[in-house]
Design a protein around this ligand. Structure first.
Ligand SMILES: [Zn+2]
Length: 269
């Protein structure tokens, strides 16, 4: 089976720098690039033009300079941060939340990690802007996305990234849930509610439908490869990783191993 070809990302590696992406969404890129965080963590500020209240999605890793930059950015626009929300609990998204909460007095809202106060369909409102919670478990059990109807955009955290593909972080993440979440996002792109994706890492995705299709194809192909590796006598997760992810940089093998464990669980092996 030939590998799925990723849709052209909007910016080549190294050139993504964040900025004002939609009328209501501004990305402040944290300076923490790595094989797992790609260009770094995208901290999203939701603030309508002329608005006085802002939502921050994913404050990033705990880093005084980054969280202060978020506060300063909003203050320079004549607004203040009134809500902090998390796409999921991984440290590269959530670790800076307590610091940002101390700096702003804003509450932190999320699913999981003692924050179970956001649920599917909840609508966050600031200064006339609406962001609707879409639960998208799979990367982790607590992964959620946020739909911005006014911008036809979906903030996906690590469920769909700006380049490459994501990890199903077994045992917390589950492949069946992840595949269901891709179908949910696909349905949103199909009816035109969502045309672009604002991811947790990497550049924004201007063609959401094409990227979701790529993700679905990629997952099906990897699953077939894992199935074939097992049929071929590969038994341990490490053996399957070495076989199936031979073309992938070894620095991401530990992450690939989690995805393989999720796939073996899905296959009932
Ligand atoms: Zn992440």
């Amino acid at each position: 089976m030939s590998p799925a070809v990723a849709p052209e990302p909007s910016a080549p590696f190294g050139s993504w720098a964040g900025g004002q992406i939609t009328p209501n969404a501004h990305c402040l890129l944290q300076g923490n690039p790595s094989p797992m965080t790609l260009d770094g963590t995208n901290t999203w500020v939701l603030l309508p033009p002329g608005g006085t209240e802002a939502i921050v999605i994913d404050p990033g890793e705990d880093e005084a300079a980054h969280q202060q930059r978020v506060v300063d950015h909003v203050a320079e626009r004549g607004a203040r941060i009134t809500q902090i929300v998390l796409t999921h609990g991984h440290h590269d998204h959530s670790e800076g939340a307590p610091r940002l909460a101390r700096l702003t007095g804003a509450p932190v809202r999320a699913v999981g990690a003692g924050h179970d106060d956001l649920g599917d369909g909840d609508v966050l409102r600031v200064s006339g802007l609406e962001a609707r919670v879409v639960t998208t478990p799979g990367h982790t059990a607590d992964s959620i996305s946020f739909a911005l109807p006014g911008d036809h955009a979906l903030l996906t955290g690590d469920t769909v990234l700006g380049r490459g593909t994501t990890v199903v972080a077994h045992p917390d993440g589950e492949l069946a849930a992840y595949l269901d979440s891709l179908e949910r996002i696909r349905a949103l792109t199909g009816d035109g509610e969502v045309t672009s994706i604002l991811p947790g890492h990497g550049p924004t995705v201007p063609d959401a439908a094409a990227m979701v299709e790529f993700y679905r194809l990629h997952r099906r192909e990897r699953l077939e490869q894992v199935r074939a590796a097992v049929a071929d006598g590969k038994r341990t997760a490490d053996e399957v990783v070495a076989h199936v992810y031979a073309d992938v940089d070894r620095s991401v093998w530990p992450a690939a191993r989690m995805s393989v464990l999720a796939q073996l669980e899905y296959l009932g092996v």
